[in-house]
Design a protein around this ligand. Structure first.
Ligand SMILES: Cc1cc2nc3c(=O)[nH]c(=O)nc-3n(C[C@H](O)[C@H](O)[C@H](O)COP(=O)(O)OP(=O)(O)OC[C@H]3O[C@@H](n4cnc5c(N)ncnc54)[C@H](O)[C@@H]3O)c2cc1C
Length: 403
């Protein structure tokens, strides 16, 4: 069977043809596949034609936000079981978005992953009952504001934004950097150190509260469509009712990061799928020496390596997600998946770019966008080194972060 016929046969039967080689999607129910199919259809029709232009301009295509929200992807009404049992569906939702565009996946995950996790882990039962429905339908849009200008990897010990209790409210001072989606959020989930006990606490701060200043980070060379902000807090008053009552130390923040890192591992898998598919299309069409590039042995070796990377990454995130659905959450598990999928991602997008030759550095070929965007994903949610150190600590019992 020719490669072309093979791809077409698979496509007729399955949602993911060649990029899910060992058929992880068979773990999805028919209903879940239908929801993901709707997402695919929307991305193909409405999003793809906009991507190169908006990427070049460094703007998010705001017209996609409402229709994406209306697809009801977070807790689709037609799926009867919700929460962690839907983990594989939630993973493939991220995969599908990232397979189209890393900024779209990051934008969606800022709400459905980061902010929602902050509420799920950090809010009290009463707060969750009030906020969670509004998080799910995006009527309360939020972002996760942890990183600071002077503290990225060492945020656990270094976090220097402060919170001082004053009667029924708190007063916040400090700065946050790189906060994704902040300019369109209603509230910012802000982590600050309580000056009274030295512990990290979390607050939902109105984006327009007095004393909050947002500046867009310009001139990015990666994830150009996603907007990141530098935010300063100068005596910002937050009522006690807007403090996340279950966050009482950095340990509670670490519990959030465990969940978020697995989402980013899914993003890294999805980016690889998108880059691999784009490169495969390219080498089947482009002719050199009178033959398609895909007919050359050295090109096929690269394709096989890319497929190996994608397949291994999907297997890793699927198994991690199954573990989490069973209630097993360990720092080292999601750190390992984020680290390994990002290593594979960097290799895969570089091969895709290489296979497209000179055209691989223009936005006309999808591979250039994936290649550039992968760099930000490689660094956010814990850099390679920090995730490796988390795994190393688990393996040896020795913490080597500050040596
Ligand atoms: C596009 C983008 C979106 C982001 N979105 C958000 C967001 O929404 N919310 C948020 O809170 N944050 C966000 N971040 C911040 C992100 O999590 C940080 O960039 C990341 O944690 C790394 O911190 P840093 O950039 O300050 O790098 P640094 O900590 O300064 O690290 C620089 C380099 O030094 C290495 N290094 C640091 N310490 C060690 C060590 N002990 N041993 C060995 N090597 C070390 C790092 O691995 C890295 O390679 C985002 C970042 C980007 C780029």
């Amino acid at each position: 069977m020719s490669l072309e016929t093979h791809v077409e046969t698979l496509a007729a039967e399955r949602l993911y043809d060649i990029c899910d080689y060992y058929d992880a999607e068979s773990l999805l129910t028919e209903d879940e596949r239908r929801v993901l199919g709707r997402l695919r259809d929307f991305l193909d029709r409405e999003a793809k034609p906009l991507l190169a232009d908006y990427w070049e301009r460094g703007e998010f295509p705001a017209q996609l936000a409402r229709p994406l929200i209306d697809l009801d992807l977070m807790e689709p009404a037609e799926l009867t079981v919700h929460g962690p049992a839907r983990g594989i569906y939630q993973g493939f939702r991220i995969f599908e978005l990232a397979r189209t565009d890393a900024s779209l996946a990051t934008w969606y995950t800022a709400q459905a992953g980061l902010f929602r996790t902050a509420i799920r882990v950090g809010a009290s039962a009463e707060q969750q009952a009030e906020w969670m429905p509004r998080v799910v339908d995006f009527s309360l849009k939020g972002v996760f504001s942890l990183t600071e200008p002077e503290h990225g990897s060492d945020i656990a010990g270094g976090l220097s934004s402060t919170a001082r209790r004053d009667g029924d409210s708190w007063v916040l001072h400090g700065a946050k950097r790189w906060i994704g989606g902040a300019s369109t959020a209603d509230v910012l989930a802000v982590f600050a150190r309580d000056v009274a006990d030295g512990q990290v606490k979390a607050f939902l701060v109105d984006r327009e509260a007095a004393g909050v200043t947002l500046e867009k980070i310009h001139r990015k060379t990666s994830l150009r469509m996603m907007q990141n902000a530098h935010i300063t807090f100068n005596g910002v008053r937050v009522p006690e009712s807007m403090r996340l009552h279950n966050v009482n130390s950095f340990k509670d923040v670490a519990a959030m990061l465990r969940v978020m890192r697995s989402d980013v591992a899914w993003i890294a898998a999805g980016i690889q799928a998108g880059a691999f598919e784009a490169a495969l299309r390219y080498v089947r069409e482009r002719q050199q020496f009178g033959r398609p590039l895909g007919s050359f042995q050295l090109v096929q070796e690269k394709l096989a390596r890319m497929l190996g990377n994608v397949t291994a990454s999907v297997a890793l995130v699927v198994r991690l997600t199954e573990q989490q659905a069973r209630g097993v959450y360990r720092d080292q598990d999601s750190a390992l998946a984020k680290m390994q999928c990002c290593l594979a991602m960097r290799a895969t997008v570089a091969l895709a770019r290489e296979l497209a030759g000179g055209n691989g550095i223009t936005l006309e070929s999808d591979v250039a966008r994936f290649h550039a965007d992968a760099e930000a994903v490689y660094s956010y949610e814990g850099t390679h080194e920090i995730n490796a150190l988390i795994v190393g600590r688990a393996l040896t019992g020795e913490s080597a972060f500050a040596r």
